[in-house]
Design a protein around this ligand. Structure first.
Ligand code: ZN
Length: 138
């Protein structure tokens, strides 16, 4: 993008409102210097901030859920580790750790045991928290 302002025509899809303001499409030559882009950037930044805050809230809520207790699980043919109830099972196959949730037939691949455990914990926290009613005076 040069310093010169684009003076060409708008792209199809740009909208001109009564009062003179124009909403440019991202493909329009006017877009990079437009209020439309400034607004889009603000919206994207606010959205990213909201996502980060939501993730932080989820993380803090997740911390309130007790960690799964993993045990060796020799009773299950392919399973090396399971939580106490056997709802989460982790089995290693050819260097990949597969997490089975709720006795699912399909395991989800993870590169490390820690990653598989973290995924199980996240699923567990999600299920626990989704079962709780909101507190009344929130
Ligand atoms: Zn335009």
């Amino acid at each position: 993008m040069s310093d010169e302002l684009y003076e060409g025509p708008c792209e199809a899809g740009c909208q001109r409102f009564h009062g003179g303001e124009t909403q440019h499409t991202p493909g329009c030559g006017h877009y990079p210097e437009s209020l439309t882009k400034a607004y889009d950037d603000q919206i994207a930044a606010a959205s990213a901030e909201a996502d980060a805050l939501r993730a932080e809230v989820d993380r803090l809520r997740g911390e309130r859920v007790k960690p799964l207790v993993w045990v060796n699980a020799p009773w299950h043919l392919d399973c090396e580790l399971a939580d106490e109830f056997g709802l989460y099972q982790i089995a290693k196959d050819e260097g990949t750790w597969f997490l089975y949730i709720g006795h699912a037939e399909t395991g989800i691949a993870h590169a490390t045991l820690e990653a598989a455990k973290a995924a199980a914990q996240a699923d567990y926290a999600e299920r626990i928290l989704s079962a709780l009613a909101p507190t009344g005076d929130a």
